[in-house]
Design a protein around this ligand. Structure first.
Ligand code: GAL
Length: 414
């Protein structure tokens, strides 16, 4: 797996020219970190148990932007992979192009309509047809902390912004890194998701990132959000630029840093390193977002290869939606099931909290698609937002300029 992690997008594209047998599924995905690979193995083994071969097509790069670039190139050259990991609006974009296989037969036979949460169905169906198989629900407004570091410094779990800043200050004063962060646009945006939700609350988040309301995008609350991003920036270490997210997680695992703001795929890294929730690490919602969940769901879309969905594609979709797989996979991945009828028994404390939070947020109108992970607006707008957030994080824009640029970015790409 290590070798594959190193694979560049171009190398992955070349590797794809090796032939794929009809009975194999060729799966394009970006799950190349230790925890992600361990979760993916659960799926590979499930399929191999059914006699279906797995052609691996990993494209490293958290959040999947590079994978989407490779996908576009593969489709353009007339050679799409049979199954592709995808997020939110990307699925809908491909469905609109008529590129995805219709999974309605599997969905009907297996009752997907009844068990997949409504929030996910919005991204899994197009024109009344199921076009992808949801594998999980992740959420992005989490903080991961090294428990020993917090105990040693006498830091309690912060519940609001001021307490969080006080905690960060204490860590910095101790000489450790307060926030483990990787300076890549999608990671900056992941932090921004949580900071925006905490600063402005759910209505602000919805108006700005889902409804793309110009007044909200240009508001004082947005400026305050950028100001807080500036505060966060002052607590990351000097080497943050370009660091992969899982290396940032490793800093918390090793006790070099206290906190990481990251989606719950980070838990997969802690587990893969043999760490236990509550004993070695803590998971809590970003201070000020205790009642909210900004979600993203990984799904596998099948690229149409003719009229009918391929036998191996159907088998992959069925395997993904099976309740036992949903439990086994998500326990390892750090996410929670994409079905409402899976028991929480096998899940650890963070997983149980994730499941309870998701249900409570859905019931109380506090569940929103993550902007950073393609569930609030389409890729063109998301990428334009990334550019502004990252330019500000790196000191290219002050907060007032960032607000103006954000408004312009949305106007141009809407
Ligand atoms: C997310 C994806 C997760 C995880 C993460 C980092 O977009 O939903 O499953 O892979 O990127 O790679």
């Amino acid at each position: 797996m290590r070798k594959l992690t190193m694979m560049t997008a171009a190398a992955a594209l070349m590797a794809a020219s090796t032939s794929v047998k009809a009975e194999d599924v060729e799966v394009l995905h970006w799950w190349t970190s230790g925890g992600e690979a361990a979760a993916l193995n659960v799926l590979k083994e499930d399929l191999e148990g059914q006699g279906i071969g797995w052609q691996d097509m990993p494209v490293a790069g958290g959040g999947g932007s590079q994978a989407m670039t490779v996908l576009r190139a593969r489709v353009t050259s007339g050679n799409p992979p049979t199954a592709v990991q995808m997020l939110g609006f990307d699925i809908l974009d491909w469905a609109k192009e008529g590129a995805l296989a219709d999974l309605n037969i599997q969905a009907g036979l297996e009752g997907w309509d009844e068990v997949v949460p409504e929030a996910l169905q919005q991204f899994a169906k197009h024109d009344g047809k199921w076009v992808s198989a949801p594998v999980n629900v992740h959420s992005t407004n989490w903080v991961w902390a090294n428990k020993a570091v917090l105990d040693e410094l006498g830091i309690a779990v912060p519940t609001n912004w001021d307490e969080f800043v006080a905690a960060l200050e204490k860590v910095k004063a101790s000489g450790k890194t307060a926030i483990a962060h990787g300076g890549q646009p999608w990671q900056d945006a992941t932090v921004f998701d949580a900071v925006a939700m905490s600063t402005g609350g759910p209505d602000f988040y919805k108006k700005a990132f889902i409804e793309l309301d110009e007044e909200t995008l240009g508001s004082d609350t947005m400026k305050e959000t950028f100001d807080r991003m500036g505060v966060i920036r002052s607590y990351v270490d000097d080497n943050f630029s370009g660091r992969d997210w899982n290396l940032a997680t490793a800093m918390v695992i090793n006790g070099d840093a206290a906190f990481q703001m990251m989606g719950d795929w980070a838990k997969g890294e802690f587990l893969n390193a043999g760490k236990k929730p509550d004993a070695d690490f803590l998971c809590f919602r970003f201070p000020g977002t205790q009642d909210q969940v900004t979600f993203n769901a990984d799904q596998f879309a099948m690229f149409a290869q003719g009229k009918e969905v391929g036998k191996e594609q159907a088998a992959l979709a069925t395997a993904i939606l099976s309740p036992s797989f949903q439990s086994a996979f998500n326990v390892v991945k750090g996410s929670v099931p994409a079905r409402t009828d899976v028991s929480n028994e096998a899940f650890d404390a963070c997983g149980k909290k994730g499941m309870a939070d998701l249900k409570a947020a859905a019931d109380s109108g506090n569940l929103y698609g993550s902007m950073a992970h393609g569930h609030a607006n389409p890729a063109a707008i998301k990428n334009a937002m990334y550019d502004v957030i990252t330019a500000h994080f790196n000191g290219e824009y002050d907060s007032a300029t960032a607000v103006d640029e954000l408004v312009t970015a949305v106007q141009i790409n809407k």
